[in-house]
Design a protein around this ligand. Structure first.
Ligand code: SAM
Length: 348
């Protein structure tokens, strides 16, 4: 196994059998150690923070795994007002955040002009901040307008690169092809793009994960978002098992060795299923955390999965706690924008 890890670190690539072996081997200690070393050589011991604003839990899609899918009638729906979003960014800015992430369900198409105005407003008020969007699938012209209004980055997980598996997670009106088309558009338009998967999503096989690694390798995203699948009891997949924290961390390490400069969050989902999830992720090579800046009552309604962590170090107000938690493993917050490719410069 050491040989495979050494090759991956040196060549940033393995064949599919090599990836499968790293995902299934008995002991991932050396894999994590090498990934951590690479992350530290690029980013030092600084962890970037992104202020997450959960813009809305209204969604026009019906993904079988997601707690805010449109068919879930037990969700009390909200869309933050422009003012609430600006207040969240203002509070975040005062705490030191220099990246805002607007994430939410997929709003109806007629909300596009409002989104563009919202991004423009944030751009005008906080010209030194990065704006990341994670708002799902839109026509190319909407992505373009949002980018022109000031959005720099876009997160859109492909969820799975296997079309059959995709069809087990999504209704027929959604397609992998469309998802991939959106990712291509985002890249063409000049966004820094993030993609990724849920680890342990229902019916996912190791071969599927290898296909995901190979897709991500070829797509070369700037950000890689990976979190365990966590069931939500009101969804069609609510009876399935929670994904593995261990496997999620192996993937952080594998992607760190493939892409030394990538921005890889240690995700809330990982921290939800394991109380040490955040630090485990960082020690496996992740270098970003995304505390929550949303208004408190919105957080309780953005119920993607059961038990979602929204308080303490997971929340933006818990910065001191986050600092303390990072300090226990010898890390600290890096308050920079953390643009892809500029990390070495920032830490020099
Ligand atoms: N609608 C946008 C999209 O599809 O990209 C952004 C919001 S969506 C809720 C953000 C991410 O949440 C999805 O890409 C998915 O991977 C994750 N997610 C949704 N349900 C989940 C679950 N039950 N467990 C873990 N992650 C989940």
């Amino acid at each position: 196994m050491r040989g495979l890890v050494d090759t991956l670190r040196l060549k940033h690539h393995l064949d599919s059998d090599g990836y499968a072996a790293l995902l299934t081997c008995d002991d991932a200690h050396y894999l994590h150690e090498q990934a951590r070393e690479v992350a530290q050589s690029v980013f030092g011991k600084g962890i970037f923070v992104r202020g997450l604003v959960e813009l809305t839990n209204v969604c026009r899609n019906d993904c079988y795994y997601c707690g805010i899918r449109k068919s879930n009638s037990n969700v009390e729906r909200y869309i933050l007002t422009t003012e609430q979003v600006l207040q969240s960014c203002d509070a975040g800015y005062k705490l030191g955040f220099r990246t805002f992430v607007l994430q939410g369900g997929e709003l109806s198409r007629d909300k596009a002009p409002w989104l563009v105005d919202l991004v423009s407003e944030i751009r005008q008020q906080w010209s030194d901040c990065a704006i990341t969007l994670s708002l799902g699938e839109w026509p190319r012209e909407v992505y373009k307008a949002l980018h022109e209004a000031g959005a720099d980055r876009y997160l859109l997980r492909h969820e799975t690169y296997n079309a059959e598996h995709y069809a087990k997670l999504h209704p027929t009106e959604m397609s992998l092809e469309k998802r991939l088309q959106c990712l291509t558009w985002l890249k063409e338009l000049g966004y820094q793009v993030g993609t990724g998967i849920m680890v342990g999503s229902p019916n996912q096989t190791i071969e599927n994960i290898v296909e995901d690694i190979e897709f991500i390798e070829s797509f070369e995203p700037e950000m890689i978002g990976l979190g365990p699948f966590v069931p939500q009891h009101d969804t069609p997949l609510g009876e399935y098992f929670t994904g593995s924290a261990e496997l999620t961390c192996r993937l952080y390490s594998i992607f760190r060795l493939i892409f030394p400069n990538a921005l890889i969050p240690s995700t809330t989902a990982l921290n939800t299923i394991d109380q040490n999830g955040r630090t485990m992720g960082i020690l496996a090579g992740a270098n970003v955390v995304m505390p929550n800046l949303s208004p408190i009552d919105a957080r309780a309604r953005y119920t993607l999965y059961d038990g979602k962590a929204t308080t303490n170090a997971e929340a933006a107000e818990g910065i001191a706690q986050l600092e303390a938690q990072l300090a226990t493993i010898g890390y600290h917050i890096d308050w920079g924008r953390g643009d892809f490719g500029k990390c070495r410069m920032q830490n020099e």
